[in-house]
Design a protein around this ligand. Structure first.
Ligand code: NI
Length: 145
């Protein structure tokens, strides 16, 4: 059944979901701000995201992923550490793109391909840098060994 959660013309099952009122308010906010046409559509996307995150946590082999780093460009420490780390992990980094988001913040997007353990270590290190406001990873695919 692997891959069936990616969507496609599969028949749907109807389920009842019980939510606390505050969670329902949050769900409706996600629906509105995410541009979903209904709650079911938003829930399907949330489940897919959770599955993708779970798959990332469980990955052990080689992976292709995108790493995003949002940081304070006025922090010379963060700027230097992010650059140093990219050199430390140069074997895994296929490309890096820098975006000047504002006068004081930058976004870098790295396309990485390598051992999941190494990529996880890179992301953990990035998250720990003072001045990094957000660092995350999106698993694109597992790479056959
Ligand atoms: Ni910049």
């Amino acid at each position: 059944m692997r891959g069936s959660w990616l969507g496609g013309p599969t028949p749907v099952a109807r389920i009842g979901v019980s939510l606390e009122p505050n969670l329902l308010v949050e769900l409706d906010r996600i629906v509105k701000e995410g541009g979903y046409s209904n709650r079911s559509q938003a829930l399907r996307d949330l489940i897919r995201n959770a599955l993708s995150a779970q798959e990332w946590q469980k990955s052990t082999g080689n992976v292709l992923a995108a790493v995003t780093i949002y940081y304070d460009s006025e922090s010379s420490f963060a700027t230097r550490r992010i650059l140093e780390m990219q050199h430390e992990f140069y074997h895994d980094i296929r490309s890096s793109t820098h975006f000047h988001i504002s006068e004081t913040s930058c976004l870098e997007v790295l396309v990485v391909s390598g051992k999941a353990a190494d990529i996880k270590s890179l992301v953990r290190s990035l998250k720990s840098v003072k001045g990094v406001m957000h660092a995350d990873v999106i698993l694109i695919s597992k790479v056959p060994a």
